[in-house]
Design a binder for this molecule. Structure first.
Ligand code: HEC
Ligand code: HEC
Length: 293
């Protein structure tokens, strides 16, 4: 599995390129126009690219700590106790969330606090981060205000430097969230997906989705659980379209949907909220919300 440490990531040329390109929101808008894709999502809100430098002093250190955790979540001593699989945040939020499309964190903080229909309350960016621990990381929710939680939230907030605050009153998603593909998901064929997986994915993710040195597990006990966003075929298909094969996302909409149906047709850990919460005295506000589905 590829672990992109903070130092290593400059090695990944494509990542660096994307980071540079992401520096201006106009680039995204420009490319969208060039490709003839609807650019409204990119233009709807002013979002800046990756800031030029870290904040000075101890705050900069917290940002860097958060960045290190995002790249090495399943192994970093601060986050490891709360992770229940082999995924890092950057496994899905590509390039540590600096990829402009595949789980981008650019501008994300500007949408929070946001309304969460699932939880039927307003949630902060920190809450959102902690939810990904329970579902995508199949782990335990770190306590609000804990070092790991604050570091990650600080890193993500730094990636919104200069972006205009515009709280999302509909969903807990930022302005650069993965664009949902518009297609009939019922037409997705796991059978076609199986063949496509062999061609495009198997080398890196393994015959049984177990992962290899070149890619993390995509199903089974070490992958995301069935409460995670990506366990929904529409979410996975839309993400695949902009994210995989890594570095060369060339799938058509239909291929993305077919592969998503195949990947999510396999077993993965079953999400039961109770099992992902810490002792109730460490829950804070979340204490009263044990009945969230
Ligand atoms: C298995 C894939 C996966 C992993 C691993 C993962 N996430 Fe996510 N995360 C998602 C998906 C999918 C969404 C929803 C994104 C969308 O719909 O655009 C999401 C959403 C988010 C959001 C809200 C983004 C927004 O636009 O408002 C934050 C913040 C977030 N994740 C943080 C994290 C952090 C921090 C970690 C590591 C502790 C993590 N995630 C691990 C898949 C993942
Ligand atoms: C060249 C190797 C490579 C290929 C080919 C590839 N992936 Fe990935 N994939 C990765 C890596 C590496 C990551 C983690 C990203 C990171 O850490 O930067 C990843 C992440 C993922 C994730 C999110 C994390 C997880 O494990 O659940 C999914 C889902 C995924 N890939 C599915 C696919 C599918 C489906 C295909 C085929 C269309 C595919 N990938 C092709 C290397 C690859």
């Amino acid at each position: 599995m590829i672990h992109l440490g903070v130092d290593e990531r400059t090695d990944r040329e494509s990542g660096e390129m994307v980071r540079k390109m992401a520096r201006t929101s106009s680039w995204i808008a420009g490319l969208s126009l060039l490709l003839g894709v609807a650019a409204n999502w990119a233009l709807a809100q002013e979002v800046e690219g990756v800031p030029d430098g870290y904040p000075p002093g101890p705050l900069g250190k917290v940002v860097r700590l958060g960045e290190a955790v995002v790249f090495d979540t399943s192994e970093h001593p601060l986050s490891k106790p709360y992770v229940g699989n082999k995924l890092n945040c950057t496994s899905c939020h590509l390039d540590g969330g600096t990829d402009p499309q595949a789980g981008s964190f650019l501008g994300t903080a500007s949408a929070y606090p946001a309304w969460s229909p699932r939880e039927n309350r307003a949630i902060t960016l920190e809450d959102r981060v902690l939810n990904c621990f329970m579902r995508s990381e199949n782990g335990t929710r770190p306590p609000n205000g804990s070092e790991v939680s604050v570091a990650i939230t600080t890193y993500i907030t730094w990636l919104s430097t200069g972006s205009k605050i515009q709280m999302n009153s509909e969903k807990s998603l930022g302005p650069r969230h993965v664009q949902p593909l518009k297609l009939d998901w019922k037409q997705a064929s796991a059978e076609r997906g199986k063949l496509l997986y062999k061609t495009h994915c198997l080398d890196c993710h393994g015959q049984n989705g177990e992962g290899t040195a070149d890619g993390p597990p995509v199903w089974g006990q070490d992958s995301y659980n069935d409460g995670a966003g990506l366990s929904r075929i529409d979410k996975l298909g839309s993400w695949l379209k902009v994210a995989m094969p890594l570095g060369d996302p060339i799938l058509t909409d239909q291929e993305s949907a077919d592969i998503a149906a195949y990947v999510n047709g396999h077993d993965r850990p079953h999400f039961k909220l109770e099992e992902h919460l810490p002792a109730s005295d460490r829950l804070g506000e979340y204490n009263g919300k044990r009945d969230v589905p």
